[in-house]
Design a protein around this ligand. Sequence first.
Ligand SMILES: Cc1ncc(COP(=O)(O)O)c(C=O)c1O
Length: 318
Amino acid sequence: MGADDEQVTGGASRGLPVRAEDVLITSGGQGALSLLFRALAAPGAPVLVESPTYPGALSAARAAGLRPVPVPMDADGIRPDLLADAFAMTGARLLYCQPSCHNPTGTVLAPERRGQIVDVARAAGAFLVEDDYARHLGHGRPLPRPLIAGDRDGTVVHLASLTKPASLSLRIGALIARGPVLRRLRDMRFVDDFFTARPLQEAAVELLGSPSWDRHLRALSTALRERRAALADALAAELPGWRIAHHPSAGLHLWVELPPGLQDTAVAEAARAAGVLVNAGSRYFPAEPTAACLRLGFAATAGLAELREGVRRLAAIT
Ligand SMILES: Cc1ncc(COP(=O)(O)O)c(C=O)c1O
């Protein structure tokens, strides 16, 4: 395909040369995951995932009959050496990962690892699903280019979503894939429910084409940065024993490790009783949790004062 054939769709703001026929519009990221796990592996097959990872991906994989297999991460993201071992040991043909901003930890896959994990997946004859849900949720610093930008042979299947930067009820996402796999995804989507409602797609196109979209993204970025900083400061002041694993440069959460003796589910339950919603970390682990953690969201609050009050209440119950 020459450049003349390349039609830039949602990829324009991502700097991706994406042809319209490489894109399938989905019902948000979750609809895309549900489709992908059914299309890319047979029931009973293993799927490699970062540990911890997004529980909605684990549920979709399990609903498709797949067996999530954890691959350890460190502060630089998934470990390519352990990934290669996991492919060899399990015979998996599928990896699900979030290289640009990982939910829940906020980790960004290190530059030297980005090409490596694509190479490892390619060598195993596997697809790599790149969940890029946080692309528009940056806190000011640019996110690295998506892995699919450097992929020339269709190893990477890329997942994007508008729900978080636009509105949770704007159920629009997209899959980018090359070659026969996109035909398979399109055929399966047709069986599921034909396609995403056209009025919804038109609304998304209008939103993205509007001059206020960029303004909105800038305001969102500032608000997220301020909230992340306010939450981190409040935690440092009120709960110094809670270790913030990583200060993320995108996304909506902080991932904290609890001090010895505290149980994530018990803290989450007590917090709820005190009027504070936090996520117990155990459900983010595909197997045994390696630590007691909480995911603290900073986006869905009325403002900074509410975040600080939330931390005060957390301090009071622990
Ligand atoms: C990592 C990740 N991927 C995908 C999704 C699905 O998002 P949506 O269906 O709202 O686009 C979420 C939602 O929280 C997420 O955190």
